[in-house]
Design a protein around this ligand. Structure first.
Ligand SMILES: [Zn+2]
Length: 74
């Protein structure tokens, strides 16, 4: 008696879960920043508000060019 009932319960839960997963595709997600579907927010690289992290190479601009003629050393 128990097993039949439990099995039925498990089956129904699994079925419901499966349907839910199938319906809730991530494509139906709407971005909270640009209102485009397919991603959550601007952390996603296809978001138009996404900011690339590699804006600079890590060096300050002053160090990128060396002085051609060094000033008097004293
Ligand atoms: Zn977006």
């Amino acid at each position: 008696m128990y097993t039949a009932k439990i099995l039925q319960k498990i089956k129904s839960v699994a079925e419901a879960h499966k349907n839910k997963v199938k319906d809730e595709s991530f494509l139906s997600i709407e971005c909270k920043d640009c209102k485009t579907r397919g991603h959550f927010n601007k952390a996603y690289h296809e978001c138009k508000f996404y900011k690339a992290v590699s804006a600079h190479d890590g060096r300050p601009a002053e160090f990128s060019r060396k002085p051609k003629s060094p000033a008097t050393t004293t």
